[in-house]
Design a protein around this ligand. Sequence first.
Ligand SMILES: C[S@@+](CC[C@H](N)C(=O)[O-])C[C@H]1O[C@@H](n2cnc3c(N)ncnc32)[C@H](O)[C@@H]1O
Length: 245
Amino acid sequence: MTAPIPVIADRPGRAGTVEAAHGLPVPSYLEQDYWWAYVHPRAVHLFEREWLVNAILFGNYARLRNLALAELGATVHGRTLQVACVYGNLTSRLLARLAPDASLEVVDILPIQLRNLRAKLPHDARVTLTHADSSAMALADHSVDQALLFFLLHEQPEHVRRGTLAEVMRVVRPGGKIVVVDYHRPPLWHPMRPLMNAVFRRLEPYAMDLWRHDIAAYLPPGMAPASAGKRTWFGGLYQQLVWIR
Ligand SMILES: C[S@@+](CC[C@H](N)C(=O)[O-])C[C@H]1O[C@@H](n2cnc3c(N)ncnc32)[C@H](O)[C@@H]1O
């Protein structure tokens, strides 16, 4: 018997039910390119170690996590959307900042990742875990106050990345905030550039897109944020975008 999937479907009256969305296949890029990181049952066991995530980010995990959280506020109000689960404690730290009447929705396409996140979080009625594709979310237009995308976009093929950004722009309300943390093209002199180049070519087939283009280039035509801020970190290997919708 398959274990029940502790995923809360985003349907009125169903909060708290244990249910995965039907007819939602694992995207082929996750099956083919990222099975080792997210899909395989042993992936969670292997990667759910903060020291390993930190090592993959050359010791920058806490810094990048804290930068993202700082943008959302010391106290996070309203409805926050986290697009995709992450290894480590980003979500529990975010949850710790939620105002009593605030809510957090985490959307992910992999039940195994949602299950893992559920196991890491304390029970809290303010949090909803939803099994859905980031490029087709069942959230109403302008229903979210802020959205966070932490190292997601470099893993998505261009058409999915475009779909995710279009969805985020659709669901975040005008004046709401979108925070993106991801890879960025480092300068030629960056000591990690050759290594990251090799890693991307071997393991992360879509990541080089973020070295070639600004993330804003993947927004739908004519849909620019009202304001856009960008900072780079660790000599330019990482970027943080803050868009006001
Ligand atoms: C956020 S990214 C990587 C984050 C970072 N490397 C970490 O520490 O976990 C990984 C997550 O993105 C999810 N994901 C990838 N494509 C998705 C999609 N189209 N819709 C929703 N979730 C997606 C994967 O299932 C996985 O849980």
